[in-house]
Design a protein around this ligand. Structure first.
Ligand SMILES: [Zn+2]
Length: 198
């Protein structure tokens, strides 16, 4: 028999790779090395798991794609995804551990590795937590870049100005007072200048 990563965690890693296609994978990991093997770790294959599950690895490390401890979009996506997910047991990132056992309240983590290059995710010791491959990642918080946002704001301003033009035009048609008529024309000319500038 050989070890294998729980399908639920394969699904998580695949989702992260799909959202961040060019991320650094150098500190990714699944199965425990010899130092892990010497202690209790969910990176070690669980040979005593029932039936075909023998050899399942219940933890994955996913590279943060940034400088040590940097809160990158990969880190944000992983913490948002794993914390509170019914499959997850605990998550370690940058000297902090979040565990379902403590209602996901962050606690200091002082293990051998500070986990400032990768996020560690362990799933619960249950077949359901290993087999469930339903999506982990939440919808991206913001699908727009700053440039897109700027463009949308400019369009909104333009639309608002066009609506003002329409309103002033309608009022002009009805206005019989000469002074007010002049005021409206001045307003219209100002809005037109704004429109030309946008
Ligand atoms: Zn790990």
């Amino acid at each position: 028999m050989s070890w294998f990563l729980a399908p639920s965690l394969v699904a998580l890693r695949d989702e992260v790779n799909a959202r961040f296609p060019n991320r650094d994978k150098s500190s990714d990991g699944a199965v425990g090395d010899t130092s892990h093997a010497a202690r209790k770790s969910s990176h070690n294959p669980l040979w005593s798991a029932p039936g075909n599950w023998s050899g399942v690895v219940r933890a994955v490390d996913i590279d943060s794609n940034g400088k040590p401890g940097e809160r990158t979009p990969v880190v944000d996506a992983l913490l948002n995804a794993a914390i509170g997910d019914p499959r997850a047991w605990y998550v370690i990132w940058n000297r902090q551990i979040f565990s379902v056992t403590y209602d996901w309240e962050p606690r200091p983590y002082d293990g051998a590795s500070p986990h400032d290059h990768h996020v560690h995710i362990s799933v619960l010791e249950a077949v359901k937590a290993w087999s469930d491959t339903s999506p982990w990642l939440k919808e991206a918080d913001d699908m727009f870049s700053d440039k897109d946002r700027e463009m949308l704001t400019r369009i909104d301003t333009r639309v608002a100005n066009l609506q003002r033009v329409e309103k002033i035009r309608a009022e002009l048609e009805r206005e019989t007072d000469a002074k007010r008529h002049q005021q409206l024309l001045a307003e219209l000319s100002k809005v037109r200048a704004d429109l030309d500038a946008s």
